[in-house]
Design a protein around this ligand. Structure first.
Ligand code: G4P
Length: 269
């Protein structure tokens, strides 16, 4: 379906989570984006570490990739991104006009793995225009185009990419950000791993959020300590590690532990 949909568009906007740009980008599709305007958007910037986001912006820019960072829930950010997308679309349309003498409508679609904010971004970009959508002749009924400018349209359904699971770290990072279905995962193992990573990268954030004096403990001990601090006990005063783990994961996912980025650009990425 993605391949079919991609044939219809001139611009692909791939959304990734700014906290885990490497893991949430899916290179399996890169070949399909050839000959199209490619844009990568680091979304949920409000949850990410600003300094590391800048490093990611530099990293992609140095590769000649159009890269922007936004909080899809912030109208100012969305306006900024929309302007950048218009600039890219105008450039492409002018090139086509020079060659063919026609004003081509540039069509774009948003793609990405689950939970990176695709629907949110489409709704924010399309705004009220989305309600006025109508089917276009020659386009399958299910595909709707939202007119966001005189010669610029956005597909109103996102392209869903599957998460790549190349190694254990990627799998864990995708679980932390909620891109892999929770039911198949053990929350205690996940939370212990998350605590291990965060205590190394952002010990102060952990101390502040969970009122810990010392984070220099194994992940499982930290989990038990947090559960005890928060009074998460079961019958017989047994520590409810599962409830605590689920809480920690939810708090990470919604930015409550702090502005955290788990990945840095590598030379090879
Ligand atoms: P998807 O289509 O890629 O699957 O993602 P979707 O738009 O449904 O967004 C997933 C969740 O992330 C939503 O939370 C949405 O509000 C939130 N979100 C999207 N972009 C941003 C952003 O830039 N910043 C912040 N802080 N949140 C963002 P939700 O409605 O609470 O859904 P859920 O997490 O309870 O499933």
């Amino acid at each position: 379906m993605m391949v079919e949909n991609l044939k219809l568009v001139d611009m692909v906007i791939e959304l990734v989570d700014a906290r885990t740009p490497e893991s949430s980008l899916n290179p399996d599709f890169e070949q399909l984006y050839q000959n199209k305007i490619r844009v990568i958007v680091l979304n949920k910037k409000d949850y990410a570490d600003n300094k590391k986001t800048q490093l990611w912006l530099e990293h992609f820019t140095s590769q000649g990739i159009n890269i922007y960072t936004v909080n899809a829930l912030d109208s100012k950010d969305v306006r900024y991104l929309k302007n950048k997308l218009f600039e890219l679309a105008d450039k492409k349309r002018n090139e086509i006009k020079k060659r063919k003498g026609i004003n081509k409508t540039i069509r774009a679609m948003v793609v990405g793995i689950p939970n990176v904010g695709k629907s949110t971004l489409i709704n924010s970009i399309a705004g009220r225009a989305k309600a006025k959508t109508g089917d276009k002749p020659g386009v399958t009924r299910s595909k709707q185009w939202v007119k966001i400018g005189p010669y610029f349209e956005l597909m109103d359904t996102p392209g869903m990419l599957w998460p790549k699971l190349d190694n254990k770290t990627i799998g864990l990072h995708l679980s932390y950000i909620g891109s892999i279905r929770e039911e198949i995962l053990d929350p205690v193992k996940l939370a212990v791993n998350l605590l291990e990573e965060v205590k190394t990268l952002y010990p102060d954030a952990l101390k502040t959020r969970f009122k810990l004096e010392d984070t220099n403990l194994p992940g499982y001990d930290l989990l038990e300590l947090i559960a005890t601090n928060r009074g998460m006990l079961m019958a017989g005063n047994k520590i409810d590690t599962e409830r605590c783990a689920t809480t920690i994961l939810r708090e990470f996912r919604t930015g409550l532990i702090g502005d955290i980025t788990l990945e840095l650009p590598q030379e090879s990425s």
